[in-house]
Each structure stands twice: as C-alpha cells, then as structure tokens.
Ligand binder design. Structure first.
Ligand code: BTN
Length: 321
C-alpha cells in the first residue's frame, strides 16, 4: 500500500487527498494514515488543507519501493525482502532459497539496514552497522558446483563497476573478491551454496559494502584495514543509487556467466586486480603457500608460481598481509 501511494505522490508538487483517495480506492482518512506511515520512515511530506500532500524528500533507506524505482533489471531485485535489522541476510536468504517452489524466484534479495551477527568468510564476524549496504541475492544457476568461484569473481567485478560509477574512485580486487580502495577493504563477498554432485541447488551471494560509515565507528581491530566510501568521497554516498547500479551490473555479468562467457568477465576482473604480479602468501587452511600470483585461470582459480618455478592452482584461500 505504501508503494501504491508513492506512485501517485509528486515530488515538489501538491496532490490532493481526494485525488489520492480516488486513485487508490480508499477513504481520505486512509490516505492520511498512509502518509503518516511514510513520515515514520523518514519521507518528508508537507500537507496543505487546500492543496493536499507534497513529497519534499525521500529517505536514503534501502526499502523496496526506493530500490525498485528506476531499477530496470529483468529479474535481479524484482522481489526484495527488507528488514531494518537482522542477524545476517545470508542466513535468511538460505532459509528462503529452500522455498523456491513457493515463489522465491531467482534474483530475490534480502536487505537489512543493520546486521547483528553479520558473517564474513572463514567464520569471521562482519561488522554491519547502519549506513552500509548489507544484502544477499538468491540464485539457482543450472551450472556445475565448480562455478561457485566464477560467481564470486563476477560479483566482485560488478561491485567495482558500481563503485566506480557512483564515487569516481578506483577500486581494486584482491583475489578472490575483497574490494580494496587505497589498500583498505571497502567490500566483502560471501557466497554460499547447496549442491549435488554435478548441479547447484541454490547459491546465496552475500555482499557487504562499507558506504556511509565513520572511521571512528569501526572496531579497533579492523580500523587499520577498513575504509568506507564516505571517507573516500568526503561526502555521503547515495546508497539507493549505488545498490541499483550494482544490481544492474550483477544481472549483466551473471547473464554472461550463464551463457558460459566467463572469459570476458575474467578479462575485466584482471583489469582491476590488486593481486596479479605480486609476491604473496596464501593461507589454504592446512598450509601456507608463497609465490608470485601469475594468473587467474578460466575456472577462477589463482595460479601461483612457487620459488622452485612450479605452478600451483588455488581454488580457495586467503591472501595474507
Ligand atoms: C568477507 O569476509 O569478506 C565477506 C563479508 C560478507 C558480508 C556480507 S554483508 C551481507 C551478507 N550477510 C552476511 O552475514 N554476510 C554477507
């Protein structure tokens, strides 16, 4: 209903309560109640006894009505579940992905303004206060489970493209999918999936972007390695615009992946790489390998050249400082 009334309210122009009531097929008192609800979620609306209601400004909240207004994607973000606060969007997305048959379609998104137990890679916590963009996308790709690394890499490219457009900054990707600006992390991606031997049941891609967060609000242990887009730009970044831009890019690259055109995505990934050509140490869980990052192959694996000249393919790991 709130979405409906927003369709008819005009920015910087009055619309009478009577017209709104007519268009929506409700009473004028019901219109007034809807307006109060909008005001409660930070829409600035002024009213005039004779002229009606006039929308002055919209909140920078990631509510579905705002995100979907002018989104122009075919299926990514067509359905959005929005929460002011959640433990973790990935947890809810995984629960929902199990109910595909009940209308949880590919491209459904879970968004939270804050997460109380945000999850990072390797069981780490992900600090998720208000001001960031914390969300998860549900996908059902008809691909083999080995494609998960490619989905993760392609997500990183979509994030870089969206950040570049919205902030004029030059983000880089640390393999596999940390987005860095000035050597500090601005975004992380956590992909989780359920799969059979040869086919994926579902994938949940969780993305966390530090947007309008102040340096002093970060926990001390991550302050040195973390940065927000607001700090980079010196001003607040419009989160709705950034998210929309990302969703459009994501759909474009995901479509390419489904058409098995990963190599062109990989070429772009390499353009933004922070990793290739560097001597690095990679924590693979059971051991640490040192070498030069010489390539990312067509499966999304990092190829490391060890001191003895031997090449090692790494599907999953963390690059150490
Ligand atoms: C990383 O460790 O780099 C990955 C961080 C991923 C964080 C995002 S925020 C939205 C989604 N929900 C979560 O709980 N985690 C991911």
């Amino acid at each position: 209903m709130i979405g409906d009334i927003l369709k008819y309210l005009r920015e910087k122009e009055y619309v009478s309560g009577e017209v709104l009531a007519q268009k929506l097929g409700i009473s004028r008192v019901a219109v007034w109640k809807q307006i109060q609800k909008l005001k409660d979620i930070e829409y600035k609306i002024i009213s005039d006894q004779n002229l009606g209601y006039c929308l002055i400004s919209r909140p920078d909240l990631l509510i579905p009505q705002e995100v979907q207004r002018g989104l122009f994607t075919n299926y990514i973000g067509k359905k959005i579940y929005y929460f002011p606060e959640l433990k973790s969007t990935n947890i809810i997305a995984k629960e929902k992905a199990l109910h595909r048959a009940e209308g949880i379609d590919e491209g459904t998104i879970i968004i939270a303004e804050k997460q109380s137990a945000g999850k990072g890679r390797l069981g780490r916590e992900w600090f998720s206060p208000a001001g960031g963009i914390w969300f998860s996308i549900i996908l059902y790709p008809q691909l083999s489970p080995s494609y998960i690394s490619r989905i993760t890499l392609m997500t990183a490219v979509a994030v870089v493209k969206a950040i570049k457009v919205c902030t004029q900054s030059e983000p880089q990707i640390k393999w596999p999918n940390d987005i860095l600006i000035n050597e500090k992390k601005v975004c992380g991606v956590l992909s989780e999936m359920s799969a059979e031997l040869d086919i994926i049941n579902w994938v949940v891609v969780g993305i966390g972007i530090n947007v309008n967060i102040d340096f002093r609000d970060y926990p001390e242990d991550i302050q040195a390695n973390t940065i927000s887009l607001k700090e980079i730009s010196g001003k607040k970044v419009l989160r709705v615009k950034l998210l929309q831009s990302f969703l459009r890019e994501f759909e474009k690259y995901y479509d390419k992946l489904k058409r098995k055109e990963f190599l062109s995505v990989l070429e772009e990934w390499k353009l933004y790489s922070h990793t290739l050509g560097k001597k690095i140490r990679v924590d693979m869980g059971e051991r640490i390998i040192t070498g030069e990052a010489v390539n990312i192959n067509e499966e999304g694996a990092l190829v490391l050249k060890k001191e003895d000249g031997k090449l090692v393919k790494i599907i999953s790991g963390t690059i150490l400082k």
